[in-house]
Design a protein around this ligand. Structure first.
Ligand SMILES: [Ca+2]
Ligand SMILES: [Ca+2]
Length: 205
């Protein structure tokens, strides 16, 4: 009798764990089904591009493995500086420069408010790197803005690269700007020639 009771207890434990496993599997499957399909990213096409003083490139030629903090999609997988501790999303805007100047990246989405660190604006954009070109940047002069979650809002996006303080850097200086929009990465070399100089890159979704 004692063996029968022990066996029935064991059966109940096994059935309970199996039910728990199946419930977790069902939840995971339903979560996976809600993920955006890959083709959605491919159809996210920027239009009405405006960058009066920039030569914007939209073709990518792989140059090897992804290098960190150059604001380039070196391996042409559609993501800028992945694996480097930068946040990324279906929208990502990154600048990189080598000299000790203070360069600012300002990205405004359809809500008209520039993305700031710490909290997403109404367009879902967040700044996750804010570098003033000092030792605090550890020689990795990068600023990065990304879409934290959800699908990009339709409307106008304005990206401004501005020289806030040249310090002792000889001008003009060059800053690499790249923008990930879905599976496409657009890139341009920005020249800043004077204090408060800025270049603008705009597009619509
Ligand atoms: Ca990449
Ligand atoms: Ca890179």
């Amino acid at each position: 009798m004692r063996d029968d009771g022990h066996w029935r207890g064991l059966q109940r434990k096994i059935l309970s764990r199996a039910r728990g496993f199946l419930t977790a599997l069902a939840l995971l499957t339903s979560a996976c089904l809600e993920l955006p399909r890959p083709r959605d990213a491919a159809v996210l096409e920027p239009h009405s591009l405006r960058a009066p003083k920039l030569e914007v490139e939209s073709t990518c030629t792989p140059t090897g493995v992804e290098r960190c903090f150059d604001a380039l999609d070196d391996n042409c997988n559609g993501i800028i500086d992945e694996g480097c501790g930068l946040q990324t999303g279906i929208l990502q805007f990154t600048i990189a420069w080598s000299e000790g100047a203070d360069v600012d990246l300002r990205v405004t989405g359809p809500d008209g408010v520039a993305a700031k660190a710490g909290e997403a604006n109404d367009s879902g954009l967040v700044k996750d790197r804010d570098c003033k070109g000092t030792v605090d940047c550890h020689g990795q002069n990068v600023e990065n803005v990304f879409l934290a979650e959800g699908w990009p809002r339709r409307g106008r996006y304005v990206v401004v690269v501005a020289l806030d303080d040249a310090r002792d850097v000889q001008l003009p200086m060059r800053v690499r700007l790249s923008a990930r929009v879905g599976q496409r990465v657009l890139t341009a070399l920005v020249t800043l020639a004077a204090r408060r100089d800025e270049q603008t890159f705009e597009f619509s979704l």
